[in-house]
Design a protein around this ligand. Structure first.
Ligand code: SF4
Length: 124
């Protein structure tokens, strides 16, 4: 949801250029300056209306050759839900073997997004 009045700066994180973007106005008349491309504009509008992030973390593995498997959300989740999702991830356990891309938690934290493994873990 848009805040009533926006007036600030942000750094675009879509590519390594890291353009410094100025954003002001309100929902109906948003003024965006400093972006070098359309992706930066879209990122800015999203960032001030409903910011999202891909979460990366790790989950404990039982009976695995290593104790943790790296994971990430398959798609971005709202920033407001990150803490809740991290609490679910902290409590999770998965039994080896794990393949890269395996769904570790379906619909993690009721976000509608799956948590997937980003590496393989063999059974010990
Ligand atoms: S505005 Fe475009 S060029 Fe600049 S950092 Fe964002 S994606 Fe990269």
């Amino acid at each position: 949801m848009f805040m009533s009045k926006i007036d600030g700066n942000l750094v675009c994180i879509i590519c390594p250029n890291g353009c410094r973007i100025r954003v002001s106005g309100s929902a109906g008349s948003l003024k965006v300056e400093g972006h070098a491309c359309q992706k930066g504009y879209e990122y800015t509008v999203k960032e001030v209306s409903n910011p999202e992030r891909v979460i990366t973390s790790s989950v404990k593995v039982t009976q695995g050759e290593i104790p943790l498997v790296s994971v990430k959300t398959k798609n971005p989740v709202p920033k407001t839900r990150i803490k809740e999702v991290m609490n679910v991830i902290k409590k999770a356990r998965v039994k080896a073997p794990v393949e890269m891309g395996d769904v570790i938690i379906k619909n993690v934290g009721n976000t509608g997004v799956d948590l997937i493994a980003t590496r393989k873990v063999n059974r010990k």
